[in-house]
Design a binder for this molecule. Structure first.
Ligand code: F6P
Length: 545
């Protein structure tokens, strides 16, 4: 119940009060072992969480919260295939999609691994044949371009993985991702493509998402215009839980890949939704990606809370959100290959934990999911880091970096790593007025100039961050990293007692768009529409060319 959770979370307040009276800079000075005390490794990933405003007592209180909220019991219920997505009465079993052990995994009393392995085998066969040109276009040509049409989890997952694992990509196949209903997206993509060598993959769990179906229809017309109706069977594949809708669209049964309602859209990259990524990087690499996630699953399932990386990451998030009341969380990969990772995590986290009623339907009276945003470093440094360092809000950040680059350009990578290290250091240390004044004096500034400039050059510091380091961004590590955040989000949902696996909040906008569409097309304006929307529609219609 919400009020019980509030009491539990309020137990963090005295710890927050104690911590606010000191600073991280001081805590580092006082404890030379702070890094050892507050870091953990798993699956070849190091998580250093020592640059957070925490001490041993605060961490102890957080681990107790995880126990009181029965994180382990709820984790086991998820694994046991219980319908923990209560509002949709569904199990949550995306971990099964990457499971490579011998246990029987059940949903509604039925074993699910045989179905999963069958679909995976089909993904292997299809992706390999596309790569080797054993499956060709309607006129026997090798496919050169693959366009994935999907949105949300049916776009962000495969797009993120394709970009992240670019060093493993097949050189002569180009992957494109079209998601937006804005015609510019598909138009700009198709204008450079040759229909005779283009394969479309329609990815949609429901196969009813308006954006995806609109884009798929446009792609179909484009193809038919060039190659005729018969070509559709060869040039389209689909991934969905709604097989009959795929059939109706005209997709050949051999090219339809299924998955199941116990896989949430934003958790679906491990299913056949990963097909475009498997085509890009090859099935063996895709399997390694699954294996990396399975390794993190095992760590999450078997490690004690105090050594459990997803649990610790989640608890640090709870601390920042509920004890220190920070509203957002930056994801800052110092790894260009992870350029879509912040956007991917944005959906994963915000669609999962952006909730304000608890599992029993009562409003929660504490903070839940934070605002997630981010960009790769060093780009972000020249854009929004100003606010991270000197803004009035404190924004906890996760810094991620690969120790070794794929490219043999040490000049670049050393600089990248230096920046990765410098930023968390700067956020934590800050620079006080005394130091600023002395630096300005050393640079020869006059007293008047110093007085004027100094306050602007102060960094309050004491701003929290996590640092994650991994050897190289290979498929396995990417799998582990992605699963790490999935489990982090799960643990936070358990502590907040919310349903992390539904997404009713996206429905109202969809409903209203449907009713507004006829008016945008020139239909009659209903009386009840408010003056703002009426005014906007009139302005829009009057200015339509
Ligand atoms: O509207 C939100 C959402 O349902 C996401 O959860 C999902 O990833 C996305 O739309 C796409 O859904 P689908 O795969 O069914 O087209």
């Amino acid at each position: 119940m919400a009020f019980e959770r509030k009491n539990i979370l309020d137990g963090l307040r005295p710890h927050a009060k104690r911590i606010k009276a000191t600073s991280m800079r001081k805590m580092f000075e006082e404890n030379p072992n702070r890094f050892d005390d507050f870091s953990v490794s798993a699956c070849s990933i190091l998580l250093d969480y020592s640059k957070n405003q925490i001490d041993q007592r605060a961490m102890q209180a957080l681990f107790e919260i995880a126990e009181i909220c029965m994180v382990e019991k709820r984790r086991d219920a998820m694994w046991a295939g219980k319908a923990i997505n209560t509002t949709e009465n569904r199990a949550v079993m995306h971990m099964a999609l990457r499971y490579n052990g011998k246990e029987k995994l059940l949903v509604n009393g039925q074993e699910i691994m045989p179905k999963i392995r069958h679909q995976l085998e089909r993904v292997k066969e299809y992706s390999t044949k596309i790569r080797n040109a054993e499956i060709t276009s309607s006129n026997g040509k090798k496919f050169t371009d693959i366009v994935n049409i999907g949105i949300g989890g049916s776009d962000l997952g495969p797009d993120m993985v394709t970009k992240a694992l670019e060093p493993y990509a097949h050189s002569d196949l180009k992957l494109h991702y079209v998601s937006n209903v804005d015609g510019a997206h598909i138009y700009d993509c198709l204008k450079r493509l040759n229909p005779a060598t283009t394969l479309f993959i329609i990815a949609s769990k429901t196969f009813s998402t308006d954006e995806t179906i609109t884009n798929a229809n446009t792609a179909k017309s484009w193809l038919i215009e060039a190659l005729g109706k018969k070509a559709v069977a060869k040039h389209f594949a689909a991934i969905s839980t709604n097989i009959s809708a795929c059939n109706e669209f005209g997709i050949d049964s051999d090219n339809i890949f299924g998955f199941w309602d116990w896989v949430g859209g934003r958790y679906s990259i491990w299913s056949a939704i990963g097909l475009p990524a498997a085509i890009a990087i090859g099935f063996d690499n895709f399997k390694d990606f699954l294996a990396g996630a399975a390794q993190m699953d095992e760590h999450f399932r078997t490690s004690p809370l105090q050594k459990n990386m997803p649990v610790i990451l989640a608890l640090i998030g709870i601390w920042n959100r509920n004890a220190l009341n920070y509203k957002s969380q930056a994801i800052l990969p110092y790894d260009q290959h992870l350029s879509r990772f912040p956007a991917y995590l944005q959906q994963l986290d915000m669609e999962s934990n952006g909730k304000s009623v608890d599992l029993s339907g009562y409003p929660v009276n504490f903070e839940t999911g934070a605002v997630i945003f981010g960009e790769p470093g060093t780009n972000g440094q020249h854009a929004f880091y100003q606010l991270l360092h000197q803004g009035s809000d404190i924004i906890p950040a996760d810094f991620l970096a690969a120790i070794n680059a794929h490219e043999n350009l040490p000049e670049h990578h050393d600089k990248l790593l230096a920046n990765y290290l410098a930023q968390s250091e700067a956020l934590m240390l800050g620079k006080d007025l005394k130091q600023v004044i002395s630096e300005l004096a050393m640079s020869g500034k006059s007293q008047t100039e110093i007085k004027k400039l100094a306050p602007h050059k102060v960094f309050t510091g004491n701003r929290p961050s996590n640092s994650l380091l991994y050897k190289k961004l290979n498929p396995k590590t990417l799998g582990s990293l992605t699963a790490l955040y999935e489990h982090k989000i799960f643990v936070q949902g358990v502590i907040w007692d919310i349903n992390s696996f539904d997404q009713w909040g996206v429905e109202l906008g969809k409903q209203l768009a449907k009713s507004i569409l006829p008016i945008v097309r020139g239909g009659e304006m209903p009386d009840k529409v408010n003056s703002s929307t009426t005014g906007l529609i009139k302005y829009l219609l009057n200015n339509k060319e």
